[in-house]
Design a protein around this ligand. Structure first.
Ligand SMILES: [Zn+2]
Length: 409
């Protein structure tokens, strides 16, 4: 049965305060201010603070480095209650390799085009518009509504912790990363496995007398891809992805059998596959291969070269499915858009992960398709921006205006 709003309903008033054209215009304004990760500059942050303050929301800059600042805003309620954070990063990937104008903000074919349109200035604009709708209608809040947007998420020194340890300390977090308007209940973990195979070099003319480390690695890669844990399909999270991401080997001396090969795997972990478990499975499989092939010599390392965030493995972070926040957000999205979102897991990392690890109840919901993020012709559907702004406002409504008592359904 579709979810019904309560009788004394303020939701229509809140939703009526949202101007869909303004949502798209704001998203476009944000796209047109470059803020490449690590060198965001202050223009974007100042623009966001000015916009929030102009619309009746108390806001400020949190300086976190030379010409870099997180943005925060807040609306304090009239009654005590939880602190709800609407969050999204303000930095983007670089635009150099794009085949469209990265900062043009063109609107064509029902889409807003440009770097960050999808990941994630479009979602951030929708959150800001929802903040404005709450401020304009002056609906009484049971709790505090927070907005926080940070620098560095896309690889330039992420400063999200400064927000949640500071002005955006919260109890509930909505990360607005693109989920195609579905509801993602957490982030996968990772297991950055690196395997070296060690062979024996000889002249190519007597290759049969050597041990080819690349050939040995082939059997290792295929065996790992065949492991049942990578084929089981979880109804919410799908499969655990395994990706042989980088291979290096051979070429030390011409006309010779390579004596070394290295593969860096990027393995992502659903909640049902903790790092200790995958580690046990991988080591058992490699031991099995070695018992069948006495010439297979290898070493295992955990960590990704050149990535400070992946020096060890990490378990998935997810909100338990029985947590009422999942019901509340799904209800809100349905009230705002007429469509109940499907539950899924976010395929990559995002701010929900640090929030969940700290005990903040967090989910991911946003407009746009993650496949568009970082792409050479990034865009977001204008219609999804319209829907998301309404949905964020409805999430605030369901959480801070007309919360459903816990225990009821
Ligand atoms: Zn992102």
């Amino acid at each position: 049965m579709p979810v019904q709003p309560p009788q004394d309903d303020l939701l229509p008033e809140i939703l009526a305060a949202i101007d869909p054209d303004e949502t798209v215009a704001l998203a476009r304004d944000l796209v047109q201010i470059p803020s490449v990760t690590g060198q965001e500059g202050l223009e974007i942050s100042r623009f966001m603070v000015d916009w929030l303050e102009r619309n009746g929301i108390s806001a400020g800059l949190q300086h976190v480095g030379e010409q870099r600042a997180n943005v925060y805003g807040q609306i304090i309620g009239s009654e005590p209650g939880p602190r709800l954070l609407l969050n999204g990063h303000l930095d983007t990937k670089p635009g150099d390799s794009m085949i469209i104008d990265p900062f043009g903000g063109e609107i064509r074919d029902g889409r807003l085009w440009g770097r960050g349109s999808c990941d994630m200035k479009g979602p951030v604009a929708c959150e800001m518009i929802a903040m404005k709708a709450i401020a304009r209608t002056r609906v009484p809040l049971k709790g505090t509504l927070l907005f926080g947007s940070e620098v560095g998420e896309d690889g330039g020194g992420w400063r999200f912790d400064d927000l949640i340890d500071g002005p955006c300390a919260c109890d509930i977090g909505i990360c607005g990363e693109p989920t195609n308007l579905e509801l993602h209940v957490g982030c996968r973990g990772f297991y950055p496995l690196r395997i070296h195979t060690i062979g024996r070099a000889t002249h190519t003319g007597t290759a049969y007398a050597g041990i080819n480390a690349i050939q040995k690695m082939c059997s290792v890669v295929l065996a790992l891809y065949d492991l049942p844990c990578f084929h089981h399909v979880d109804p919410i999270w799908g499969r655990n992805p395994i990706n042989a991401m980088i291979i290096r080997g051979g070429g030390k001396v011409s006309s010779s059998v390579p004596d070394e090969c290295v593969v860096q795997f990027d393995i992502r972990l659903n909640p049902d596959l903790p790092p200790e478990e995958i580690d046990r499975i991988v080591r058992a499989e490699l031991a099995r291969l070695q018992s069948q092939d006495p010439e297979l010599k290898l070493e295992i390392h955990i960590g990704r070269e050149g990535s400070e965030s992946m020096i060890s493995s990490r378990a998935a972070s997810a909100l338990p499915l029985e947590d009422p926040l999942i019901r509340d957000v799904a209800d809100a999205v349905e009230l705002a858009t007429g469509r109940r979102p499907k539950l899924a897991g976010f395929p990559g990392g995002c701010s929900a992960s640090p929030m969940l690890r700290r005990g903040i109840r967090a989910v991911i919901f946003g407009p746009g398709d993650l496949q568009q993020a970082h792409s050479v012709d990034e865009y977001v559907e204008v219609e999804q921006l319209h829907q998301a702004a309404r949905a964020y406002a409805a999430i605030v409504y369901r959480t801070l205006v007309a919360p459903v008592p816990s225990g009821s359904s």
